[in-house]
Each structure stands twice: as structure tokens, then as C-alpha cells.
Design a protein. Structure first.
Length: 381
């Protein structure tokens, strides 16, 4: 049972990784001007843009959060069964993810999510690690409702982010690494002394709150499902998975409302992201039970190395699009970006399969685990 459960979570994480790359590709290509490209895009790129927005964006990070919460509870249960302490491990994991995220955010790309999960883990450590199943679901629903209210009173969908100026686009296309780094974090590094410390502290506190609101619901849902021992005996839940998978078309319809840009589009889109994520998880569990060998072969390896692969996606894509690499920022269409995402993911999938024939843990995962457990993990199978 244990092997099946772990394989499902690894495969689900691997499945989410292609979605994350597709969603991030818009930002890699266009930055915060991503929403503006529709005005001048041709038909193929418009269809590609809305495909990413409706089918992918906003509905894959919740899956990552769900797996994150699920695996966290199972790790805690494993430590408790072995009569070992776990709070120090959770704390060091929060610190480790936050450090990796801060480095990723500062040195490579502003779209980091690792700092978000590290910050969320601090909140979980303080308030949510030893709670009843009901508590996890209740608080997950409360956070979802808060986000729903924010979406209901939020801005027009296309106006959510400030577009890049022509000068800023030029820096991404032709700038050096230092110039792009300065543009990304220039306002923070421009200060100094005590003022900088207080600024960073305030930013981190605000970021911690926003992070928990953003990914907390599905992390808590994952923790609750882990407490219920869901997905361990998949065959017993097949009918339930099939029924819940019907949320996929519902979520797609809700998210499709952005095409019409009504006053309620943002609210319907936001609701659709979560509905679609739940549907995707159920559909994947159902398919995993039927095609476990194939799913393990294709999705589990890249899922086991998800941290390394996630960071490699940033390195590859910033090299392709930023001025210190090939300088293709804003020059390729959305459709080409989708093709590029599939190629990158396919290469990572194959490399992950080959890598795991010799090693049992990825290089970045090894660094993080060494810090978390204060010992060097075994690398060779």
C-alpha cells in the first residue's frame, strides 16, 4: 500500500510540472505584459493564449500544494510511528525551501514558488500540524472563501498586472545579467542599513500571509486527505474519482468566462481554477489506477526530481528569453512557447528516467534533504 501511495503522489507531482511550465512560459516570454499580447496576436496565438489560461493556469499550482500537504502528513505519521521527532525537521524544511526560493527569486526569476511553500510551512508548523481532519477542511474552505471574496471585488482580469514598459522589455531582450537583476530587485537592493532590514521584514511578513492565502487551501485539503488515508487503496474509490472528475468540464466552463471579460469574469475564473484542480486530481487518480505502469514510467521519475526540474526550467527558459542568453523575450508567439514547453518537459522526462537508474535523489533534493535531516542522503540505488 505504501509504495502505491508514494507512486501516485510522485506521478501527480510530475503531471503538475508540465502544467507549471506551460503556465510559467507566458511569464518567461512576456513578463507581466502577458495579458497585453492578445490585442495584437494572430488567431493561432490567441487560441493558444486562452488554452493556457483556461486549461492550465491557476489549476496546477493547487495540485502541487495538495501533494505538498499530503506528503507532509505522511512524513509526520512515519516519524511518529518510529517514535522520532518531526517538528525540527519541518522547521528546517521551511527554512531550506525559503532560502532556495529567495535565491531563485533574487538571482534567476521573479516567478518563484518555493519561497511561497517555505513561508506556508512556517504557518503550518505554528498552527496546523496536529489538527483533526475536520479542521483541515474547514480552514481550507475558509481560505477559499476569502480568496473568492477578493476575486469578486477584484480588478478586471486583464488589468491585474502592470504591463512592462518598452524600456523594461528592451532590458529583458538585450540587457546583461546584472541589468536584468537590477530591474528585478533594484528597489529592494537600492536601500541600505536598518531601513533595508525593516523593509525586508515587512515584505516577508506580508509575503507569508499572502503565500498562505494563495496555496494554503489545497495544502490543507491535502493534509486532510492524507489523514483520511485517501488514495492508498485506489480501487475502492474508483466510482468516487469518476464522479469528482466530472468537475473538469465544469471548471473549464467557469474559467472560459474570461473570454467574454464580464464584471464577474475574475470571480468565475478564480472559482474555476479550484474546481478544475479538484477535477484534475480525481481524474488523475482514476487514470493512475487503470494505467499505473505507464503513469509510473512517464510521470513518477520527473515528479521525484520535481525540485531540480523546476529550477532547471527557470535556468533553461531565462537563458532562451533573456538578454544574457538568446534574447528572445517577447519575440516568440504563445503557440511556439507551448511547443517549447513540451520539448523541454520531454527532455527532462527522459533525463529523469535515466538519472534515476543510477541515483535515488536529485541534486537539489539532495542538498535540501542534507540540510533538513542534517546528514548526507544515500544517492545510489
Amino acid at each position: 500500500m505504501k509504495v502505491e501511495r508514494v507512486d501516485l503522489m510522485d506521478a501527480l507531482r510530475g503531471f503538475a510540472l508540465i502544467g507549471i511550465l506551460l503556465a510559467n512560459m507566458l511569464h518567461f516570454q512576456f513578463g507581466s505584459s502577458g495579458a497585453e499580447i492578445i490585442e495584437s496576436a494572430n488567431a493561432l496565438n490567441k487560441v493558444s493564449y486562452y488554452f493556457v489560461k483556461i486549461v492550465i493556469e491557476g489549476s496546477v499550482y493547487p495540485i502541487f500544494g495538495f501533494v505538498f500537504g499530503y506528503v507532509l502528513i505522511k512524513m509526520i505519521e512515519s516519524r511518529e510511528n518510529a517514535e522520532l521527532k518531526y517538528k525540527n525537521i519541518v522547521f528546517r524544511r521551511a527554512v531550506g525551501l525559503s532560502i532556495l526560493g529567495a535565491l531563485h527569486l533574487t538571482l534567476l526569476w521573479e516567478g518563484d514558488v518555493l519561497l511561497t511553500y517555505g513561508s506556508t510551512l512556517f504557518v503550518l508548523l505554528l498552527f496546523f500540524l496536529k489538527r483533526r481532519v475536520k479542521t483541515y477542511f474547514v480552514w481550507g474552505i475558509i481560505l477559499t472563501a476569502i480568496l473568492g471574496v477578493g476575486a469578486f471585488f477584484g480588478s478586471n482580469f486583464v488589468q491585474l498586472m502592470k504591463p512592462l514598459t518598452a524600456a523594461e522589455i528592451m532590458i529583458y531582450q538585450e540587457g546583461t545579467y546584472v541589468e536584468i537583476l537590477t530591474q528585478r530587485v533594484g528597489e529592494i537592493i537600492g536601500g541600505g542599513g536598518i531601513g533595508l532590514v525593516f523593509t525586508l521584514l515587512i515584505i516577508w511578513i506580508a509575503f507569508l500571509i499572502v503565500s498562505f492565502l494563495a496555496v494554503g487551501p489545497f495544502v490543507l485539503f491535502g493534509m486532510g486527505m492524507a489523514k483520511k488515508d485517501a488514495f492508498i487503496q485506489l480501487e475502492k474509490g474508483l466510482q468516487s474519482y469518476k464522479k469528482v472528475a466530472l468537475l473538469v468540464p465544469v471548471g473549464l466552463l467557469l474559467k472560459g468566462s474570461i473570454i467574454f471579460d464580464t464584471p464577474f469574469s475574475l470571480f468565475m475564473y478564480s472559482a474555476g481554477t479550484y474546481v478544475l484542480a479538484i477535477g484534475y486530481i480525481a481524474l488523475f487518480a482514476w487514470l493512475f489506477n487503470r494505467y499505473q505502469t505507464q503513469m509510473n514510467h512517464y510521470f513518477a521519475p520527473i515528479g521525484k526530481l520535481s525540485l531540480t526540474n523546476y529550477l532547471m526550467q527557470t535556468i533553461i527558459c531565462t537563458t532562451i528569453f533573456y538578454g544574457y542568453g538568446f534574447g528572445l523575450f517577447g519575440k516568440l508567439g504563445v503557440f511556439v512557447g507551448i511547443l517549447l514547453s513540451i520539448i523541454i518537459y520531454g527532455i527532462q522526462l527522459k533525463i529523469s528516467q535515466l538519472y534515476l537508474k543510477r541515483f535515488s535523489i536529485g541534486p537539489v533534493e539532495m542538498i535540501l534533504r542534507s540540510f533538513v535531516y542534517l546528514r548526507k542522503p544515500r544517492k545510489v540505488n
